[in-house]
Design a protein around this ligand. Sequence first.
Ligand SMILES: *Cc1c(COP(=O)(O)O)cnc(C)c1O
Length: 500
Amino acid sequence: MSLYHSTRSRALACSSKDAIRTGIAPDGGLFVSDALGSEKYDVSALATKDYAEIARDVLGMLLPDYTPEEIAACVEEAYSGTFESSEVTPLVSLSDASDDAPGTYVLELFHGPTSAFKDVALQMLPRLMARTGTADSAQKIMIVTATSGDTGKAALAGFADAPGCGITVFYPEGKVSRVQQLQMTTQAGKNVAVCAVRGNFDDAQSAVKRIFADQELADRLSARDVVLSSANSINVGRLVPQVVYYFAAYAQLLRRGDIQPGDAVEFCVPTGNFGDVLAGYYAKLLGLPVARLLVASDKNNVLYDFLTTGVYDRNRPFFTTTSPSMDILISSNLERMLYFLSEGDCELVASLMAELAESGRYEISPELLGRIQETFGCGWADEDEVAQAIADCWGAHEYVMDPHTACGYHVLEQTTAAPEAKARVLLSTASPYKFPRAVAQALGLDVPRDDFACMDVLANATNTVPPAQLARLSDAPILHDSVVDIDRMAAFVERAAKKL
Ligand SMILES: *Cc1c(COP(=O)(O)O)cnc(C)c1O
């Protein structure tokens, strides 16, 4: 049985169920499995497989201690009737291949219940988590999550009223869009708590990491039979479902006849915490022919600097942009990429992460950087470029995209295709209707004061329809209005846990 262990030490090995149940390793590292890549996926059979079948295959390979029946039940519960499209993540063609350029496609990941790509993983995680306990255990899991905007709602939708679980979500006050905020503050459910934090996302995420490391808090909660866990993309159970749609994209390209089995595909991924793009790297290790992974950032371009210079430095101004879910200066999942590309050098990873915690900066060797650059390209877009990309894409293809996806579109336009790529796929991470103001503005439309009026303007101008669950928000009752300082977050969690 292949085991998971921390990126920072092999000493503590555990099953994938334990890794999912605990979220983060006890030493602060992220769970990884050295078996990743030893078994390859047979891509020649992909064309005939639907999303659920691919999901069962991929999850079975990455979570070997779940039984096939458990995996099948999780997949069925997560993806039957929850997504608007039967493909779950449909692929849309922007431009056909020509003699000198591969075709360009958008992989729409936002057709789930909260209109963000995080639904793909967060519809699955509660189902995986529900199967990690022993049958006679009375222990309850309290999910604690910091969100830059989209994780919070997707996690709330996944965990609301989930048996044996509670969920607490923190978001940075004033730093998420109005639609995002309403999505969270109107969330119903007996086991949910939502709270704004005075600080930015990185402050909130760091505080959540401290809450997980707080042994006294853990002891007090344990006395009430409650254990804390994470729904952030550091959780293996968040990451693994994201690997599936890279294969699903490939299957759709095969079915369209636009590629042949074995052809390489380039993916461009709007990136924040590095979870989505890391899942693409996992797909590559599992045998998917990935030409290159383009890491697209917004103005918070710490990853662009790292991938071009080898210096990771979070000591820089933080920008609040129209792509809030990418406004991140500490990309947690980068740690897993460093682990795999350093060939499992736990000591190196531990020392880099200690430097990051102490000084906010670390530097990798030119050899390691070179190895990373063989797989990962990068680019970034400032605010004007994001708006221009939205307008350009609409002008060229009559396709409306949200500001996060537009960062990726800009990067795709700025870089020449990887030489071996037979198709280029841009991952679209949110519905444009989650950010109606920014999108309407970019398209040069009238921008009414109210976000919901912006949705109507956008719908009329582009002949598209807002997702019903977003349009409904304008008259949903507000159920959560707490705001706390960073140092009061732990107390808020403890209060919420008492209600479980
Ligand atoms: C979370 C999010 C991202 C960034 O994804 P990571 O996995 O954190 O890199 C990009 N776009 C949207 C809309 C998101 O919600």
